[in-house]
Design a protein around this ligand. Structure first.
Ligand code: OGA
Ligand code: ZN
Ligand code: ZN
Length: 392
């Protein structure tokens, strides 16, 4: 696709033609745009002036603003508006001889008509999803199209599985780096989940691990976890996965009091093996400013002592028990075996993971893993969408 004659936009995105402008005028200080689907946009002059993408207002390479809000007169007015031959909205401004030109597709999408929520999660219990959405590497290769499907599944379901990969030691790091920068923690940058005598986490034993999220001992726990199965000869060691948001949503309906406690009582998690001493306090269920589910933080085998009154402690334990019982029940928790060459990628702030005990005397089990942040996945999805738009 030739993009050379596109009308510029403030961002680096390709805005495919959408609605066109049938008329525009200035009314009562607002720029009123009429679209060909009968919708109308009432645009504020400050908003428009601030979003000017000409070379004076926006650095054309960095796509960051040069125009400073303090230099826009507070009482700025549009003195003339018109639609040019290419369909762009052109605005002349009071007090200067500046003209701004807006791509109509960008304007339509960004003035409230197309709320951008492409990553809406779909919550699941095992009735909806009994194993991870699964994708197969073709000849060991992961094409961009396949990666895109995998990442969309992570955004929607919180999890995806890739099968038929090689078991190379470098694979997990190379895969992660295709998506974003590795999120390092105080565990190794790339870690091997094997049973060993001197591990600093129960993950490095062969013990059963109840549903948990990794590293809530940090202010910002890693958003994405990737585990690549390199050896899967031991008996046991099935993976256990739960949609923590589905559990939270159901508790909100069934046990509103517990939900309140889970969203307000701060538990402390601590890495206690030393020498580092990370610890952080936060509610089990984290909500955003609109009360929407943001994250789950729960590492039952690394809880620090709860501080609080006798009554508070009673309530906190009852609510946490309720969450844990659901999160580890077959209604919510899927159970599947790893094969060598499987890779799972999941949202560590939404999906709780665990594993069945395994038996090292029956064979080896080795997962190699690493972390990313959540927005690495969102950024890569957008990047691939952009790439596909330009090449399809
Ligand atoms: C971990 C972990 C799961 C597994 O390493 O944090 O939970 O299947 N591992 O071994
Ligand atoms: Zn400008
Ligand atoms: Zn874990």
């Amino acid at each position: 696709m030739n993009t050379s004659n596109l009308i510029p936009t403030p961002d680096n995105w390709y805005w495919p033609p959408s609605q066109s402008i049938t008329s525009c005028l200035v009314s009562d200080n607002a720029v009123v745009v009429q679209w060909d689907n009968n919708r109308r946009s009432k645009l504020h002059p400050l908003w428009l002036r601030d979003n000017c993408c000409c070379a004076l207002c926006l650095h054309q390479i960095t796509r960051e603003n040069l125009l400073d809000l303090r230099d826009i007169p507070e009482d700025i007015r549009a003195t003339a508006v018109e639609v040019d031959a290419e369909g762009a909205l052109c605005i002349s401004w009071s007090g200067c001889n500046h003209v701004s030109r807006f791509n109509p597709a960008w304007l339509y999408a960004n003035s409230g008509h197309q709320p951008s929520a492409p990553f809406n999660p779909v919550f699941w219990g095992t009735a909806q999803l009994s194993e991870p959405p699964t994708f197969y590497a073709n000849d060991s290769l992961i094409s961009d199209e396949l990666l895109y499907e995998v990442l969309l599944s992570v955004a929607r379901h919180g999890i995806a599985r890739l099968r038929d990969l090689p078991t190379d030691i470098e694979l997990v790091e190379a895969f992660a780096l295709r998506i974003g920068a590795i999120r390092e923690t105080h565990f190794d940058r790339i870690f091997d989940v094997i049973s060993k005598a001197d591990g600093d986490s129960n993950a490095y034993t062969s013990e059963y691990l109840a549903a948990h999220t990794d590293i809530p001992t940090r202010e910002a726990p890693p958003g994405i976890q990737i585990l690549h199965s390199r050896v899967a000869d031991a008996e046991g060691g099935e993976s256990l996965m739960t949609d923590g948001f589905k559990v939270a949503q159901d508790i909100e309906q069934e046990f509103p009091e517990y939900y309140k406690t889970l969203t307000t009582t701060k538990w402390c998690y601590a890495n206690r093996a030393g020498p580092k001493d990370y610890r952080w306090e936060a509610p089990t269920i984290g909500l955003d400013d609109h009360g929407k589910l943001l994250e789950i933080r729960m590492l039952p085998f690394s809880r620090a002592p709860l501080q609080g009154s006798f009554e508070d402690i009673q309530k906190a334990y009852a609510a946490l028990r309720c969450y844990m019982v659901k999160a580890n029940s077959p209604e919510y928790q899927m159970r599947f075996s790893f094969k060598a060459g499987d890779l799972i990628i999941f949202d560590n702030r939404r999906i709780l993971h665990g594993r069945a005990e395994f038996f090292p005397s029956t064979g080896d089990r080795s997962l190699r893993g690493t972390y990313l942040d959540r927005d690495d996945v969102f950024s890569k999805i957008r990047q691939l969408q952009y790439q596909f738009l330009l090449t399809r």
